[in-house]
Design a protein around this ligand. Structure first.
Ligand SMILES: [Zn+2]
Ligand SMILES: [Zn+2]
Length: 179
């Protein structure tokens, strides 16, 4: 059984926002082998209790008045259609601080994965230079401190780097927890 396709979060298994689980989904009641492990914004406690199919088809958002991506993290330039697809039908990602979802080419970017220095050098070696530039120029952190931040990045304890890629021009985008 393959997972539903999420335009803005193409591999939620790899990113850790969806994991294998024997638990039943609180929305559809089915045990489908996978459960959503990312953030849920709702009055209900829905941690680790929704299947990715109920996120993809919008049923979980509708039933629990829930969203899965923080509205504050999306540009106000986003269209209503994009706003709904990203917030209501896309798995979010766990972050230490506020979630940010960069835009590029008038669209949301795709979330690839959270990464510490270990994951970056092992799985995304050609992203390191772009990440360093993001720290230097977007975060305006001077070079010695930038190196320290880069070397302190950790997937499990933070600060963590969040990697995104534009669906149109393939430009890479980054978000990093404030050190
Ligand atoms: Zn379900
Ligand atoms: Zn772009």
């Amino acid at each position: 059984m393959s997972l539903p396709r999420f335009r803005y979060h193409p591999d939620p298994l790899r990113s850790g926002s969806v994991g294998e689980s024997p638990g039943a989904c609180r929305c559809c009641g089915q045990t489908r082998g996978y459960i959503y492990r990312g953030p849920v914004y709702s009055d209900y406690d829905l941690d680790d209790s929704l299947c990715p199919w109920c996120i993809a088809d919008g049923s979980a958002a509708a039933r629990f008045d829930a969203s899965f991506v923080d509205e504050e993290g999306l540009s106000t330039d986003a269209s209503d259609a994009l706003h709904d697809e990203l917030l209501l039908r896309t798995p979010g990602y766990n972050s230490w601080q506020n979630e940010v979802w960069p835009m590029c080419c008038s669209d949301a970017t795709a979330f690839i994965a959270p990464a510490g220095l270990t994951e970056l050098r092992r799985d995304f070696p050609d992203w390191e230079e772009g990440l360093r530039n993001h720290i230097l120029f977007a975060m305006k952190i001077p070079s010695r401190a930038a190196t320290n931040l880069l070397e302190s990045l950790h997937r499990d304890v933070g600060p963590t780097a969040y990697l995104f890629e534009c669906l149109h021009c393939s430009r890479r985008h980054f978000h990093i927890d404030e050190p």
